[in-house]
Design a protein around this ligand. Sequence first.
Ligand code: 5AD
Ligand code: SF4
Length: 482
Amino acid sequence: MHLYNDNPTLLDVPHQQMKEEQQGEVFFKNYPQQVEDPSGKHFYIESYGCQMNFSDSEIVASILAEVGFKPTRSLELADLILVNTCSIREKAEETVRKRLRVFDAMKRQRPGTLVGVLGCMAERLKSKFLEEERLVDLVVGPDAYRDLPKLVATAEDGDKGINVFLSREETYADISPLRLDSNGVSAFISIMRGCDNMCSFCVVPFTRGRERSRDAFSILAEAQELYERGYKEVTLLGQNVDSYKWTNPETENLVNFAHLLEMVALVAPDLRVRFSTSHPKDITNEVLHTIAKYPNICKYIHLPVQSGNSNVLERMNRTYDREWYMERIEAVRQIIPECAISSDIIAGFCGETEEEHQDTLSMIEFADYSMSYMFFYSERPGTLAARKYPDDITLEVKKRRLQEIINLQSQVSYGHNQRDIGKVFEVLIEGDSRKSDQDFCGRNTQNKMIVFPKVAGYKPGQYINVLVKAASSATLIGEAAI
Ligand code: 5AD
Ligand code: SF4
């Protein structure tokens, strides 16, 4: 999950998201860009957690816009305040609760303002939310967004609006997302929903329900439309994109993820295609060959390992072991030699011994990750692990192991980036760099952020060759090579 995009693509985009990083947690808040005239009804939406939530907020925005609500980034102007929430770790939930307190206070000063909780926390806590957080008016799960207009009307009449039904079919295929806070260059396309994997630590299968794939032609149409509007990069999103499968009801042809990637890559040679997240058990050589075949499919795979030890992986119910993962890394290297690989890593899972932890450290070196999202284990109520294994690693040990993982990853990332010095990369310009409006920032195909002085005549959305001159563990610094 990962949508947990927890997503690198967003991190450095200036003016797009406010990033709040707290001991390994990354949250994004997105604010619609245009503040329009104050007439009419307005909604304000904040998103936490993964890329999928971010993408869902754009579906919600579209549904609300259909019934006359306008987006605003001003809380003062908002008649409806929505929080799209994340349950992946306890800290994510705490952050949302704190935010709800702030909205509660605002509501008291401005009776009539509605506050709604969307997404994973809504699904996990259901009506408990209405008991615990009395000032919440709406509780809407990830598969119930079409019901929002009705639920808002119910809340406007003074009742509570709740819908947390999970669907086996809903993909919002026909809804054209309202791009919130877009840089006009890069957009997400949700290709599937839910997850059937049941990793033992993960709450997602309970909050987002069963896996289902979206109609391939609606995905293609969305990519085409974005390209026609000037977008140059799409990221195909799903909890486990490699298990995408959709059968064309007319021809009975099966479209798998490799086919879908190819279809989207063929939209235009200058439309970059990214995807997230891949599961090591499902990523096939067919997918790797498709990535290798098309220059516009980015040479970057987010392939979360979670742990480098086979016993821990078994307890995590990841359904692959250390050797399988290493073989997949070797296959990536062989088929797409220039591909960068990143990971998600959990420190201190139930019963993890020091030796098992060492296997995670050695995996970071073996896989030579360009970057990783690193967390310590946070037990989630109702998950397989919570039912089966005691959360027996002390917080102190979890934090120490996490720190060791972070330190090593930062060395490995530094080495990875240092090797890029002297190379020229094609960079898609995303906008001004965070630190200076004299510099542009953009990414290369390996998803590395490159900062370089602006060049006359170039603007966001264009490609430019950049020579890398220096590098930190997080960023490449270069200058245009034109
Ligand atoms: N505790 C810590 N990290 C978790 N993740 C998922 N569930 C948990 C949990 N209970 C991490 C995994 C996943 C990423 C999105 O979040 O690494 O890939
Ligand atoms: Fe990802 Fe596993 Fe959670 Fe599914 S169950 S969202 S694959 S971590």
